[in-house]
Design a protein around this ligand. Structure first.
Ligand SMILES: *[C@@H]1O[C@H](CO)[C@@H](O)[C@H](O)[C@H]1NC(C)=O
Ligand SMILES: *[C@@H]1O[C@H](CO)[C@@H](O)[C@H](O)[C@H]1NC(C)=O
Ligand SMILES: *[C@@H]1O[C@H](CO)[C@@H](O)[C@H](O)[C@H]1NC(C)=O
Ligand SMILES: *[C@@H]1O[C@H](CO)[C@@H](O)[C@H](O)[C@H]1NC(C)=O
Ligand SMILES: *[C@@H]1O[C@H](CO)[C@@H](O)[C@H](O)[C@H]1NC(C)=O
Ligand SMILES: [Zn+2]
Length: 856
């Protein structure tokens, strides 16, 4: 499945679609899970007439070199109907050697059909057990012995093998990725989220390796010849996709401060000095979620203490996976080396840990019924990704970053006329929608949650989440259970009820879940009367939108009483159009304080003009930075969609000339770059626009400088990264010459480039250099121990204009085993994005090597 993903991605770029801008790819690696199978076909589904309660999985003869193992499962199942002729469960690529079924009511074996006691359905990935005579409702124990393979390509998921180098030897490890439906590749099982049961895992591995890992701690160890069997404590009641195990000689760092609540970071040998940051922030995130949600992580084990392991993997098909007790990560998203990991990647470590830990409550403890409701747990995980990380370390400014990262990207995705709703019934029936689906369920869901938090207030929001978790623990959740929890919390909040007496919270929330797209609120103010007419419609970049209504919590402020401190909505807009009153006279209004709601705002021309002159005056900073970011982002979209006069639009955003704030620039750059790319085929207009951009950026570049200060805030550092990276790309002369100096200091005098400046300095060094510059950086790549830094270098290597070097790069991207399989696709995209001049060369290479790349 995974191998197919590469080709469309590459072709998209070739055809000029996914022309990811240099800024968007800040987050482009955040593909946590992919859901791409026609799982909506009912033939894939198991019937709920049989369900497992207790499952023992015993894996033996684990052979990492030969990539195989043997296994047996013993499961107690409850049969809920009489006259059942067969029991069906999932398997994929398992070879069953024996099946035995015992009637737990009388302890006798149940006779199976002869011949063919069991059959496979390899298309639907099923195993059918056939009975000699139909069986009656009751409890049965099924034992299945089988042989399985360890996948040698991590992209195949299931139980798979990866490698690493230590002391010049290549070593193997094996681990699992089961979500969404790959547990069946490791053991026969009921592989759908709603079948939750207790699992007891035991693993027999060679004694040359270290102790194995699984969801729970080891309960017993037994030496058998040259092997060691480790048996783990029973898990709480969980879905099969959350089972995990890991066999290797990896080493842990156990946090001592948290005893008796275990917390460990685990990685390959040779990387243990990169554990400290993840340990520190991970412990704090766990504590914050414990306090906020009122159920403690370590207490969720139903009789056993939950351990809290986080494992860094050199090869991992997605970003991270929230297996109970044992989260898997790509190395770059867990290991931190202060000398070599930049701030963007450090923030990823905090947010991805927060996302996965958030799943422990939303996803693991309370699981959604089926993939169409995926947004429910992904939304919460993505919400906590920012907010739990924010509580753990406020200096990272993640509460503010949420707006430009998630609210803006949700609005951006929703601007497409083909945007999918959050509640997407036809889950991934059609692989082409998978991408929309994931943006929608992650960014949009989290943005809707944040809007609801500002609507009902932080305390009532928290209480609703606590009700939802407490009422549905170890069970299955769905949207109406969540609305019930909100209604319960609202009923306890008299202040909110007196402001919104007839509120039907389910309707409010549902209007965001069921509708496609997101709204624009159109504001028309009459200066003489002060009357403001408000109208809502769906925002689309093109085409006529269908009529839709959302229930929009409205907040606003007016020029005469500018106040951005309270985001509490004053009114719920649940009709197409309404009118409000402001103080008459020259008195512009700004809606959506701190962009706490998921909507764009379009004003009448007078209001735009008044805002424009205010923004272009010294008063600019009296408008909240998040509202300035909102305004530039909205205006640039309106310029694209024709919802604002172009001249007026560019007048409004001209305040960027003085603007130095990270958030405001972040709201602008991707859209400005989009416009610039549209002009590529008109060289003179392109150069004129590029020169305009360089001019806009002069002041912010002077303000930031080319070097980091000792006391720079997170947003100052992020701003320098985004601004210089873009400025160098568009040939800003100051940026280019400073970068070349730093690059030469590195190359000639071995003076390391400060970690947060590497991306643009390396790229500029290679773009302006020759083969020797490429070789120098390639050697650095080849000897690096930090995965995040290696990605920075991999990207920069693609900036070379030397076609011989570029050929080497593409060749290495296919075969060099230091380049991990999950980075290979990126390498091809980097090559396409590196320089406009290279596109033809790279396209030709990709076409000539299409078959090899497809199967790599
Ligand atoms: C299991 O045992 C019970 C009790 O003896 C009996 O009623 C039932 O028919 C048995 N089921 C099968 C499938 O033999
Ligand atoms: C979230 O919900 C989906 C769909 O209901 C469920 O199957 C899945 O296991 C849950 N967890 C994650 C991380 O998606
Ligand atoms: C809008 O919400 C108010 C309560 O806030 C309610 O009284 C009214 O019926 C709602 N209107 C519609 C069309 O749903
Ligand atoms: C950085 O902060 C420290 C401690 O507050 C202060 O002593 C120092 O002068 C500051 N450095 C600069 C360059 O502002
Ligand atoms: C990469 O490093 C290895 C040693 O780790 C070395 O054997 C190999 O020749 C290097 N490759 C290149 C292209 O420098
Ligand atoms: Zn997730």
């Amino acid at each position: 499945m995974g191998t197919k993903m590469l080709v469309p991605a590459v072709l998209c770029v070739l055809l000029g679609f996914a022309a990811a801008t240099p800024l968007e790819d800040f987050r482009s690696n955040l593909e946590f899970h992919d859901y791409s199978s026609n799982v909506a076909d009912p033939a894939y589904r198991l019937r709920p007439n049989v369900y497992p309660t207790d499952v023992k999985v015993n894996l033996e003869n684990i052979d990492l070199e030969g990539a195989r193992f043997t296994g047996s499962v013993e499961m107690i199942v409850i049969v809920r109907e009489n006259d059942l002729e067969q029991i069906s469960m999932h398997q994929n690529n398992l070879f069953v050697t024996r099946v035995n079924v015992v009637n737990n009511t009388n302890g006798e074996n149940v006779q199976l059909r002869s011949p063919d006691p069991f059959t496979y359905d390899n298309y639907y990935e099923l195993l059918h057990l056939h009975f000699h005579l139909p069986i009656v409702a009751g409890s049965y124990t099924i034992t299945i012995d089988y042989r399985g393979v360890i996948n040698t390509n991590p992209v195949d998921r299931g139980f798979y093998r990866g490698y690493y180098y230590y002391e010049n030897t290549r070593r193997y490890y094996a681990t699992t990725q089961f979500q969404p439906y790959h547990a069946r590749k490791a053991f026969p099982c009921f592989d759908e989220p709603q079948f939750k049961s207790r699992y007891t895992i035991s693993i027999t591995r060679p004694d040359t390796l270290g102790p194995s890992y699984s969801n729970m701690a080891i309960s017993s160890t037994e030496v058998i010849g040259n092997s060691v069997r480790e048996t783990f404590y029973p898990t709480p009641i969980i879905s099969a996709y959350l089972v995990a195990f890991h066999v290797s000689d990896f080493v842990p760092t156990v946090s001592t401060s948290t005893a008796p609540r275990p917390f460990s970071i685990i990685s390959r040998r040779g990387a243990t000095d990169q554990h400290a940051y993840a340990a520190e922030i991970g412990v704090e995130i766990t504590n914050q979620l414990d306090d906020y949600l009122g159920i403690e992580y370590h207490d969720m084990g139903q009789g056993q203490i939950m351990k809290n392991d986080h494992i860094a993997l050199p090869d991992f098909p997605s970003g991270a996976m929230e297996n109970w007790g044992m989260v898997n990560y790509r190395e770059a998203y867990l290991l931190y080396d202060p000398a070599n990991t930049n701030l963007v990647n450090k923030i990823f470590i905090a947010t991805i840990m927060a996302h996965e830990l958030g799943h422990k409550w939303f996803g693991n403890l309370v699981t959604c019924f089926w993939w169409s409701n995926l947004w429910l747990n992904e939304s919460f995980a993505s919400y906590f990704e920012y907010f739990a990380a924010h509580w753990a370390d406020p200096k990272l400014e993640l509460a503010d970053q949420f707006i430009v990262d998630y609210v803006h990207s949700a609005l951006n995705a929703d601007a497409s006329p083909s945007a999918t709703p959050m509640n997407w019934e036809e889950v991934a029936d059609n692989p082409t929608i998978t991408q929309h689906f994931s943006t929608t369920s992650y960014a949009k869901g989290a943005s809707v949650l944040r809007m609801m938090e500002h609507f009902v207030g932080p305390r009532t929001f928290r209480n609703a989440l606590r009700h939802y978790l407490r009422d549905n623990a170890y069970g299955i959740g769905n949207p109406s259970l969540m609305y019930q929890a909100f209604n319960k919390a609202i009923a306890e909040d008299h202040t909110f009820l007196s402001d919104f007496p007839n509120i039907n919270f389910g309707n409010v929330f549902d209007s965001w879940v069921q509708n496609r797209g997101s709204p624009v609120v159109e504001v028309t103010r009459n200066p003489e009367t002060g009357v403001i007419v408000i109208e809502q419609k769906r925002y689309q970049l093109s085409g006529e939108p269908p009529t839709q209504t959302w229930e929009i919590p409205l907040s606003w402020t007016e020029q005469k009483h500018l106040d951005f401190s309270s985001t509490k909505p004053r009114q719920l807009l649940n009709v197409t159009s309404t009118a409000l009153l402001s103080e008459p006279g020259d008195n512009f209004v700004i809606f959506n304080i701190q962009q706490s709601g998921l909507y764009r705002v379009k004003y009448d021309e007078d209001n735009w003009r008044a805002l424009s002159s205010y923004l272009n005056s010294n008063n600019r900073e009296r408008i909240h930075k998040l509202n300035r970011a909102q305004i530039v982002n909205d205006v640039l979209h309106f310029i694209r969609s024709g919802d604002i006069d172009r001249t007026l639009g560019f007048e409004v955003i001209d305040f960027l000339r003085s603007e130095t704030d990270y958030y405001v620039w972040n709201g602008a750059l991707t859209q400005l770059d989009w416009i610039r790319r549209r002009l590529e085929h008109m060289p003179r207009a392109h150069e004129a626009f590029t020169s305009y951009l360089r001019g806009l950026m002069n002041n912010v570049i002077n303000h930031l400088g080319y070097n980091e200060g000792p006391n720079d805030s997170t947003s100052t550092i992020l701003n320098r990264i985004q601004i210089l990276n873009y400025a160098c790309n568009i040939g800003h002369s100051g940026c280019v010459s400073d970068s070349l100096q730093k690059w030469n200091d590195y190359k000639e005098n071995n003076e390391p480039v400060p970690v947060n400046l590497r991306r643009h300095v390396y790229c500029t060094g290679l773009r302006e250099g020759d083969r020797s510059d490429y070789d120098f950086l390639f050697n650095a790549y080849n000897s690096s121990e930090n995965a995040a830094d290696m990605v920075i270098m991999l990207r920069a290597l693609a900036c070379t204009k030397d076609l011989d070097a570029l050929g080497h790069y593409l060749q290495e991207s296919m075969y060099n085993d230091k380049i991990r399989i999950h980075d290979r696709t990126n390498a091809f995209s980097f090559a396409l994005q590196g320089n406009l001049e290279n596109v033809q060369f790279v396209s030709l290479f990709l076409q000539n090597n299409y078959d090899t790349i497809r199967t790599t």
